[in-house]
Ligand binder design. Structure first.
Ligand code: ADP
Length: 461
């Protein structure tokens, strides 16, 4: 791949991640292009770019950011060199990556081929097995027939988790604790997967009780050079969706850390990975780690890794897409030893959801918005300002708060102070719930596993 300097980059996304991309570009001297739907005509990301174009006129709000044809036509008209897909929307759509490249526009992400090898969970498990990395015991192929499911249950016992091969965002999963739940779950998971992801394929895995979710941030340049940026602990989840994330983990010995990071690199190198990516593992009570999936894109929680390593991951994505090698001065990573970490960082996702009403999304106009600031705090906000209209059309993430401290407890104290400083009126937020999490003794001791929120209903008060 030849090197080329991007002059203009489009973010095919909205909200905080579009703004994050624009900031990274501006710092690199690249001009920026936003797209926005009719529902987003007053959204902040539109005004944070040098140019902005309406997309998806007359389409459903979500579909505006999924129109491959329209987005590429617009990108050509606006003369952009590259498109950054952010997360969600088209970020894991190999067809989009292919169409960009065919139009002469660089896709800031892995090649379509790499996406195909990793995007589908069943395919990714095969990559991990080929790389010699342990996966959660599961079916090698999608499970179509009841008999296959029953044979798996006989071999591995219950509980079993039924997962959509194309799943994401914690959706399309079902836990079965007996034969009846397995057979019923198989049918309902398939139809749910078809409706949500357009692909009915599901597979089975042994369900690990109360695991920790540990994921490793990697970066590859597509020339065979790969490094990791240590791990994040994302065990604090609600309905299999991450709520609070931190780095580094408090539950790994140095030996375990080296082993899990090495395994992540083995998987990425199996496909000569290019771009930032995240290799996700579950850790069982015995401390063994098992690969579950790889996300070939930037993730919501990348901020905590940036804070402990001092590295700008979104800029690294752009530089790698420009054709740079990791060792080029622009990135400056010649060996793994060049990546170091310091302190602890925690991220909380402030959402417009009501924790006292089962986290129902809330809508309306924000009448007061005062955010926190100060030593050790980083904010990545979407439509967070006084007068902002929160609509039901998109996800409920309002602002990501990240806090850094030399120790985990100090980071937690800064986070708590920061959450307390916020004033958001007009719409309900989950701030009171987040305050309860970051002051909880189990959290402060690093003891949270994926069952933490379910086991502590007092967090909701
Ligand atoms: P998604 O792509 O939807 O995020 P993942 O495969 O990454 O799905 O899993 C999300 C979460 O679901 C995990 O962090 C974990 O809490 C739970 N989970 C997934 N697979 C298993 C499993 N085999 N055993 C126990 N929990 C699981």
């Amino acid at each position: 791949m030849d090197k080329r300097k991007f002059r203009k980059v489009m973010a095919a996304n909205r909200g905080e991640i579009a703004i994050r991309i624009f900031r990274a570009c501006t710092e690199l001297g690249i001009s920026t292009v936003a797209i926005y739907s009719e529902e987003d005509k007053l959204s902040l990301h539109r005004y944070k770019a040098d140019e902005a174009y309406l997309v998806g006129k007359g389409k459903a709000p979500i579909d505006a950011y999924l129109g491959i044809e329209e987005i590429i036509t617009l990108a050509l008209k606006a003369d952009v060199d590259a498109i950054h897909p952010g997360y969600g929307f088209l970020s894991e759509n190999p067809e989009f990556a292919e169409r960009c490249e065919a139009a002469g526009i660089a896709f800031i992400g892995p090649t379509a081929e790499m996406q195909r090898a990793l995007g589908d969970k069943v395919a990714a498990r095969k990559v991990a097995v080929a790389a010699g990395v342990a996966v959660v015991p599961g079916t090698e192929e999608p499970t179509e027939h009841e008999e296959e499911a029953l044979i798996f249950a006989k071999q591995h016992g219950y509980p079993i988790i039924i997962k959509a091969a194309a799943g994401g965002g914690g959706r399309g999963m079902r836990v079965a604790r007996n034969k009846k739940e397995l057979l019923e779950g198989l049918t309902s998971a398939r139809s749910e997967a078809k409706a949500a992801f357009g692909n009915p394929a599901v597979f089975l895995e042994r369900y690990i009780e109360n695991p920790k979710h540990i994921e490793v941030q990697v970066l590859g340049d597509g020339h065979g050079n790969l490094v990791h940026f240590f791990e994040r602990d994302c065990s604090i989840q609600r309905r299999h969706q991450k709520v609070v994330e931190f780095a580094p983990s408090l539950c790994l010995t140095e030996q375990q850390r080296s082993a899990i990071c090495a395994d992540a690199l083995k998987i990425a190198s199996q496909v000569s990975y290019r771009n930032a990516g995240t290799v996700e593992f579950l850790i069982d009570k015995e401390g063994s780690h098992y690969f579950i999936e790889m996300n070939p894109r930037i993730q919501v929680e990348h901020t905590v890794t940036e804070m402990i390593t001092g590295r700008n991951l979104v800029q690294a994505q752009i530089l790698v897409a420009e054709g740079h090698r990791l060792s080029d001065p622009e990135i400056g990573i010649t060996t793994q030893m060049d990546v170091s970490k310091r302190g602890y960082a925690i991220q909380c996702r402030i959402t417009t959801e009501d924790p006292t009403n089962n986290f129902a999304p809330d809508f309306g106009t924000i009448t007061t918005y005062r955010s926190s600031a100060g030593c050790g705090v980083r904010l990545d906000a979407g439509n967070a300002f006084t007068g902002s209209h929160i609509t039901p059309h998109y996800d409920s993430l309002l602002v990501k708060v990240s806090a850094w401290g030399l120790s985990f407890v100090e980071a937690a104290r800064i986070m708590n102070r920061s959450l307390q400083e916020f004033r958001v009126r007009g719409v309900k937020t989950n701030i009171p719930f987040l305050e309860n999490v970051v002051t909880h003794p189990v959290f402060l001791a690093g003891g949270c596993d994926t069952s933490f929120i379910d086991k502590h209903p007092e967090l909701l008060q």
